[in-house]
Design a binder for this molecule. Structure first.
Ligand code: HEM
Ligand SMILES: *[C@@H]1O[C@H](CO)[C@@H](O)[C@H](O)[C@H]1NC(C)=O
Ligand SMILES: *[C@@H]1O[C@H](CO)[C@@H](O)[C@H](O)[C@H]1NC(C)=O
Length: 327
């Protein structure tokens, strides 16, 4: 692009100006997030969130998985801006009932509880988008996974979009490997990030309706595993909401067993097994299965990148007082 304009000094100056604007613009997507953003204004935010996440997980381990997934679904739809938390209003239908979320994402009451605790220690300071990023990290740690310093400073959107959440930005479980790679790539995440982030399926559950075709129709599946899952997920009618763990071995521990499952053809979702099916990501799956440290490191790197997707910063957006509605 630059070379086609570089014939005069006037346009050379224009290019420099444009480059400065571009750097400022693209750089701003994460440059204003930092781990110390609340160190003066809300030094207790991390301990407040952590103890609330800990008590939620003590009541139900799956909530850790649900909170981690909320951050992912928030970030992939118009950036990490808390939009997934907004209830529908008379002026917009939000993301909660969009295909990837409807009857599936959960943990909203825990987020409300955390938000009200945070509001008590520092009113009007901490965004809902940041609360999602912190709860995601805390959930991973509490369930036995790696830790990292969470960058904060995101602000909250004033609106949410049903159609954007339905547009395919969140890939469906029927995705091909190419589609998964593309969807993550369009968010600035590499194939490696995608494979590492899929390791989040080491915790949590899925409904029969999202894995039915796989357990009845696919051939790259361990037959005794398929039979076991079929017991709770009938082929033709009923049972759509019946749950099965995404990780057959250790469903409430954040570890690298998910990748062992894939090597044994015990991935629950089509989109899980496709990561180990003779394609370009097989070798990474083998690495993560053998080497927990490499998995942990790559997962952390990818979580930080995911948390950097298009945040609202500066004077954009707002700090919502109630995560369910704009101020
Ligand atoms: C690679 C593309 C991905 C696809 C196709 C996918 C798809 C799914 C599906 C279909 C479910 C079950 C939903 C239901 O039955 O209601 C699920 C659950 C889950 N996903 Fe993913 N996912 C992907 C990536 C991710 C990422 C990047 C994360 C987080 C970093 C994540 C975290 C989770 C968790 C923790 C659960 C369990 C939630 C719970 O038990 O409440 N997933 N995913
Ligand atoms: C959400 O799921 C419920 C129950 O399956 C269904 O009745 C409703 O129509 C769904 N909403 C949308 C927007 O698809
Ligand atoms: C499996 O494939 C058959 C034939 O294509 C199709 O009719 C059926 O709906 C698929 N799913 C299940 C759960 O059997």
């Amino acid at each position: 692009m630059a070379s086609s304009y570089s014939s005069s000094s006037f346009s050379a100056a224009a290019i420099i100006a444009l480059a400065v604007v571009l750097v400022a613009f693209t750089g701003s997507s994460s440059a204003q997030l930092s781990t110390g953003f609340y160190s003066k204004t809300c030094p207790k935010v991390f301990s407040t969130v952590e103890s609330a996440v800990r008590s939620a997980i003590a009541q139900e381990a799956r909530l850790g998985a649900s909170l981690l997934r909320l951050h992912f679904h928030d970030c992939f739809v118009n950036g990490c801006d808390g939009s997934i938390l907004l209830d529908d209003t008379s002026s917009f239908t939000g993301e909660k009932t969009a295909g990837p979320n409807n009857r599936s994402v959960r943990g909203f009451r825990v987020v409300d509880d955390i938000k009200s605790k945070v509001e008590k220690v520092c009113p009007g300071v901490v965004s809902c988008a940041d609360i999602l990023a912190i709860t995601a990290r805390d959930s991973v740690v509490i369930l036995g996974g790696p830790s990292w310093d969470v960058k904060v400073g995101r602000r909250d959107s004033k609106t949410a979009s049903f159609s954007d959440a339905n547009s395919g930005v969140i890939p469906p479980p029927t995705s091909t490997l190419a589609n998964l790679i593309n969807r993550f790539s369009s968010k600035g995440l590499s194939a490696k990030d995608m494979v590492a982030l899929s390791g989040a399926h080491t915790i949590g559950k899925a409904r029969c309706l999202v894995f039915r075709d796989r357990i009845y129709n696919e051939t790259n599946i361990d037959s005794s595993f398929a039979k076991k899952r079929q017991d709770q997920c009938p082929r033709n009618t009923g049972g759509r909401k019946n749950l099965a763990p995404l990780d057959v071995e250790t469903p409430t521990t954040f570890d690298n067993k998910y990748y062992d499952n894939l090597i044994e053809e015990k991935g629950l979702l089509h989109s899980d097994q496709i990561l180990y099916n003779g394609g370009s990501t097989d070798s990474l799956v083998k690495t993560y299965s053998k080497d927990a440290k490499t998995f942990n490191d790559d997962f952390v790197t990818a979580m930080i990148k995911m948390g950097d997707i298009d945040p609202l910063t500066g004077s954009n957006g707002e700090i919502r007082l109630n995560c369910r509605k704009a101020n």
